[in-house]
Design a protein around this ligand. Structure first.
Ligand SMILES: Nc1ncnc2c1ncn2[C@@H]1O[C@H](COP(=O)(O)OP(=O)(O)O)[C@@H](O)[C@H]1O
Ligand SMILES: [Mg+2]
Length: 416
């Protein structure tokens, strides 16, 4: 897979960009706030139809055009896979009157659903936030799993989106019921429970699978990285035990706390098993859900734990250990993505060099030759060896404009 060309119009601070990208390593250097992250965000947006940063589509449209009568933004990519060249584009168009934007997706010029786009261009992005994956929030770790799984399996992406919609509806009902106990509570909840587990089961089972795969790869990388003896474990920390069926309505669930600490491992769990178990847990947890006015079990409350031996790194790891584990699991993601899809993903590294010490930096850079295409942003050229720089396609970004750095120019642009 080769992202050959990227076009941006009115996307963030890129008013107009036409960029050819070669195979191999591209390094984009720029000072802060010039457009490094925006560039990689655009690529991930084309790959997943989702932004890693923006809360709404409107944020992605350049401020400079917001007040125009018909503001829009457009992103397009030309991807080569074997002999075939595919063109994908997303146009953000204003929704009448409400200040929001909707996206229009096309593949080879034909209108498609956003879901159809996912998987056409697979990426693994590593951002400064990911360095803190182990110590960060559970939501961040769920997003990490979801972005990887969505690109590997379109079915996962559909299930996740269905789950989130149904969850919002179930929660609205719970809030409603908390205010006025109306109608047949059990029947209404049953309806949403069944809808919720339809997709929830798949989400749980596939996350469990990915964590198991990540663990195998990450443990190997981690041994290398730490030069150590301790083995890294990744464990699924679900809000309910998918291998356990509570006895009935309002059943006590005493193991929940231990579950969140030690995690579970069911690498062969099927979506059907997870469905049955989640349904039973929703049923058993009804009175708790009603009291809380929201759904307390399900994959929206899952977490992922990193362990050295029995020690949870989030609680007991040093910052260095946490970072090594995060790096190992990111590198594992590259390997798994390559294995599952039969081709290496496009590797995107957003300004992470400055976050890592020299040893981890060197380790990270070793992954570059294992992929066909890598796009790396940096504030400083000095993080890269002369060898790497000599082979790299070098660009500089300034206020949303990119220019190619000719030989020798990098001495000037580094600014020191
Ligand atoms: N919708 C937008 N329209 C125009 N400029 C934007 C928009 N969103 C962000 N920016 C600008 O983009 C710049 C940040 O770009 P970014 O890619 O995050 O920088 P960095 O090079 O530090 O990664 C900032 O100057 C910010 O103000
Ligand atoms: Mg940035």
């Amino acid at each position: 897979m080769h992202l050959r060309h990227l076009s941006l119009t009115n996307f963030r601070n890129y008013i107009r960009l036409e960029l050819d990208l070669p195979l191999g390593l591209t390094i984009v250097q720029g000072q802060n706030a010039q457009g490094k992250s925006n560039l990689l965000e655009a690529i991930v947006y084309l790959a997943t139809s989702k932004s890693l940063r923006a809360g709404s589509e409107a944020e992605l449209v350049s401020w400079q055009v917001r007040d125009e009568p018909y503001p829009f933004a457009r992103l397009a990519a030309e991807i080569q896979r074997g002999e075939r060249v595919e063109r994908i584009d997303i146009t953000l168009l204003p929704n009448k009157g409400n200040g929001r934007f909707r996206k229009q997706v096309r593949i080879n010029g034909v209108n498609k659903r956003a879901m159809d786009l996912v998987g056409m261009m697979r990426t693994v992005i590593f951002r400064p936030e990911d360095v803190d994956l182990v110590s960060g929030s559970p939501g961040q770790r769920r997003r990490y799993l979801d972005i990887a799984l969505c690109q590997m399996e379109p079915d996962y992406c559909r299930a996740l989106s269905h789950y989130q919609k149904v969850l919002a509806q179930r929660n609205a009902l719970l809030r409603n019921l908390a205010e006025r106990s109306a109608g047949n509570v059990g029947e209404q909840l049953r309806f949403w429970d069944e809808k919720l587990v339809e997709s929830g089961g798949l989400v749980v089972a596939r996350r469990q699978w990915l964590i198991h795969e990540l663990e195998k790869e990450a443990a190997l990388v981690h041994l290398d990285l730490s030069g150590g003896v301790e083995r890294l474990h990744l464990r699924y920390l679900p809000s309910f035990d998918p291998g356990h069926q509570p006895a009935g309505a309002h059943a006590a669930y005493p193991g929940a706390q231990a579950l969140r600490e030690r995690g579970v491992s069911y690498p062969d769990l099927t979506a059907d098993q997870a469905r049955a178990s989640l349904l039973a847990h929703l049923y058993a947890g009804r009175s708790r859900d009603l009291a809380a006015g929201m759904t307390l079990v399900g994959p929206h409350r899952d977490d992922l734990g990193f362990y050295l031996g029995e020690r949870n790194l989030r609680a007991y790891g040093s910052r260095g250990q946490q970072r090594t584990a995060a790096l190992a699991s990111k590198l594992a993601e590259v390997a798994i993505m390559a294995r599952i899809s039969g081709e290496a993903p496009i590797l995107l590294l957003d300004d992470v060099m400055s976050e890592l010490d020299a040893t981890r930096r060197a380790m990270l850079l070793q992954v570059i030759p294992t992929v066909k295409q890598a796009i790396v942003t940096t504030t400083d050229w000095q993080y890269f060896s002369a060898d790497l720089l000599a082979d790299a396609h070098r660009l500089q970004v300034h206020e949303g404009r990119l220019q190619i750095c000719g030989p020798g120019v990098e001495d000037d642009v580094s600014g020191f």
